[in-house]
Design a protein around this ligand. Structure first.
Ligand code: B30
Ligand code: ZN
Length: 272
């Protein structure tokens, strides 16, 4: 590819890269009618009593070997070695977790401009965690993409609050993956330690959308939890230790896709 896809924030450095408004020129699906992320308008959501709490399997188990953490040039991604699973919650089948990654904003003087992908009534949060799951019978995301509903992503907003010690090991690895393509190993954790306690998860929003980066595959069941994860501002700003590219590139910031049109879709709201 001549010009690689990029986020709006990378345009200063690489004026020829394809920003989100142009992704469709190389990836036609990005112009589809079921794209993600979206702004959720709470007055329009449909209460769905069949959306019971999700069940989690293996979320409390610490990974078996070291986790790979990577700067892939658009996010910080951790590949999972075990396959924690989710089911219930109207998903229709079980899905296994393969990786998680984050999206964030930028620190400007004393403020933090929020960088979540989804928003609720127009309000974005500082960051967003995505735990990416695929159909149990698929070997990887490319195989899962051959199906409708092949992928299920759990999304959690991250708010600026007190320090969250459960994120300390992850954040301490960031200085080892400053540049695109760098990987490091980290001590595995139970996935449950990175999200709010099961009892506090609260309600969630559900809609059918897409991957938020090219190729924008439309077959993703999105679950967006109301209850946020809490990190301190200093923890959040440390994500910009990593850069979009090599040594002289800009710090990775504002790595989110803007909200897409809802079109003919509904957003559902779980009963409890
Ligand atoms: S997201 O959760 O909708 N933000 C992928 C997974 C989840 C989301 C977006 C993309 C994904 O796996 N994409 C295909 C693989 N990637 C490589 C990668 O490691 O992450 C190819 C690529 O875009 O060029 Cu990114
Ligand atoms: Zn994501």
């Amino acid at each position: 590819v001549v010009s690689h896809w990029c986020y709006q924030s990378q345009k200063d450095e690489d004026p020829h890269c394809q920003d989100p408004r142009k992704w469709y020129q190389t990836y036609a699906t990005c112009k589809g009618k079921k794209q993600s992320p979206i702004n959720i308008v709470t007055k329009n959501v449909v209460l769905d009593k069949s959306l019971n709490p999700l069940s989690f399997e293996g979320y409390d188990v610490k990974g078996s070997s070291a986790w790979d953490i990577e700067n892939n040039g658009h996010t910080v991604k951790v590949t999972l070695d075990t396959s924690p699973k989710i089911g219930g919650g109207g998903l229709g089948r079980k899905y296994k977790a393969i990786e998680f990654h984050l999206h964030w904003g930028v620190r400007v003087e004393q403020q933090y401009l929020p960088g979540s992908e989804h928003s609720i009534d127009g309000e974005k949060q500082a960051m967003e965690l995505h735990i990416v799951h695929i159909r149990e019978d698929a070997s990887g995301i490319e195989e899962a993409k051959k199906y409708a509903n092949g992928v299920a992503v759990l999304a959690f907003f991250i708010k600026i609050e007190e320090e969250n010690r459960n994120y300390a090991t992850l954040i301490s690895e960031l200085e080892n993956i400053k540049y695109k393509g760098q990987t490091a190993q980290m001590e595995p954790l139970p996935l449950s330690s990175l999200i709010p306690p099961k009892e506090d998860l609260g309600r969630y929003y559900r809609y059918k959308g897409s991957l938020t980066t090219p190729d924008c595959y439309e077959g993703v069941i999105w679950t967006i939890f109301e209850k946020p994860i809490e990190l301190s501002l200093s923890q959040i700003t440390q994500f910009s230790t990593v850069h979009f590219d090599g040594k002289n590139s800009t710090p990775m910031a504002e790595n989110f896709r803007p909200a897409q049109f809802l079109n003919e879709r509904e957003v559902y709201w779980s009963s409890a």
